[in-house]
Design a protein around this ligand. Sequence first.
Ligand code: ADP
Ligand code: MG
Length: 300
Amino acid sequence: SIPLGYFGGIGAGTRQGILFKGSVFLDLMTQLKTVVMDKTGTLTKGVFKVQQVMPIGITAKELVRLTAALESKSTHPVATAIIDHAQRGFADTGHETVSVEGVEEIAGHGLKGLVEGKDMLAGNAKLLRKFNVSFDEALTQIPYTIVMTAIDGQFAGYFTIADEVKPDAAEAVKRLKADGIRTVMLSGDKSAVVEAIAKQVGVDEWYGDLLPEDKVAQVERLKAELAGNPKRSVARAKLAFVGDGVNDAPVVALADVGMAMGGLGSDATIETADVIIQNDEPSKIAMAIDIGRATRRIVW
Ligand code: ADP
Ligand code: MG
């Protein structure tokens, strides 16, 4: 029979907006030695805003109109930022009426498609390199997320886009570190942005420019390091991954404890997760550990 303490722990979690999908996860929370977090939507708000539009050989309004038309086929947070910018009146005409065909979303890169018969790309440096479009490489050093646009194989300009750190992100990381947990941030965003955010929130380690499969490889490596550390009991050193995006589902599944942000999270990630943080506050990670510990004290 399941000890009463577990029901108490699950109930305490629910009251704090932390949904444990089973009592086993309360116990695993107490064994965490590594917590891996996604950047966008987990430690940052995941709500991007366009800061600047830098057109090249095209008017700013035309660049906004065509890029927003292509991005209207995506639900990625950077796509939402560009569509929102166009809707605020920064485009020539409504991007909704533009003909857009054959759009392909390339994970960790961006979009490719035909807009008014023009071959368009909107995405990061990796996307433009993939299609042999040359651009100023210095752009990769700017600590802003950048969406670059190419029209018929020519670089047509870029958007600088920024997201904000969540108000409790630094506190959340501090609490985990105080518990002796190794904190790691992973992101598909450019390394210059990831480094700037990492410094603001105080994580021990960070990795940027990752493709979805690179995130899987990183989590596999971190899990192997835990198991291989002779100073730690193998049975007790566990890893959690906390994420929100569609691309995060594989790493959420791979972690000993998969956690998802419930408000921003994609359906696939929430479905796969073992623990759901309903209000998206990263400080709930440490609270989930506290609830796990309190539950153990009652059970044993
Ligand atoms: P993460 O969730 O860690 O930010 P993603 O794999 O979702 O990683 O995205 C990685 C990067 O790919 C983004 O920062 C952006 O540069 C680019 N990207 C992805 N989707 C789009 C899109 N629809 N339009 C433009 N760029 C995109
Ligand atoms: Mg994501």
